[in-house]
Design a protein around this ligand. Sequence first.
Ligand code: C2E
Ligand code: C2E
Ligand code: C2E
Length: 89
Amino acid sequence: KQSEERATKIVLDLEKLYESSNEELGYVARYARAIQQQRGDYNGRILSIRADDMRALAIMYDKSPSEFTDRLAELGVLVPDPRAFFAGS
Ligand code: C2E
Ligand code: C2E
Ligand code: C2E
């Protein structure tokens, strides 16, 4: 179970998400802003999302959680590896 959690940890690229003009991402951007508020996490360029919240969001898009994750990856708003993200920039 531990390795499954690591493999499926979803991390959003907030710059790409908030700069995107794609209407498809509207709910995701609003949800991310709400989570930032709840955590008081305002300065991050990336945001780790709960698996439970991904499931709830997927329902809004009429997709399974894995289909929804794939779609976010396709749209380029996921960070595959947060540590590599910082090493490369
Ligand atoms: P809470 O759910 O009672 O969590 C209290 C604190 O426990 C959080 O404070 C955080 O420090 C820690 N915590 C809980 N679950 C996790 C986790 O899966 N990973 C990590 N790293 N820490 C965890 P924090 O971050 O200040 O959040 C305050 C409250 O805001 C949370 O209380 C929760 O009600 C809400 N919240 C924050 N982030 C999320 C989120 O991603 N999704 C949802 N549904 N609620 C969130
Ligand atoms: P990680 O989860 O792979 O995250 C790597 C880096 O991505 C973090 O470095 C942080 O700069 C950024 N990051 C990831 N998720 C978020 C997010 O939701 N908001 C923001 N603002 N930044 C995020 P950092 O903080 O130096 O943490 C290094 C590692 O330490 C993390 O790797 C994680 O394994 C662990 N860690 C840090 N804070 C927590 C925590 O609250 N709970 C748990 N369980 N682990 C933590
Ligand atoms: P998860 O619930 O799927 O959360 C994935 C990641 O989202 C967490 O990785 C953390 O980076 C972020 N996150 C989720 N909820 C919060 C929150 O309330 N506040 C903050 N600041 N960040 C949050 P992390 O920390 O490595 O945790 C991995 C998994 O371990 C979580 O997956 C969850 O299943 C469990 N976990 C960690 N801490 C707690 C906790 O305090 N309470 C509970 N019930 N589960 C926790």
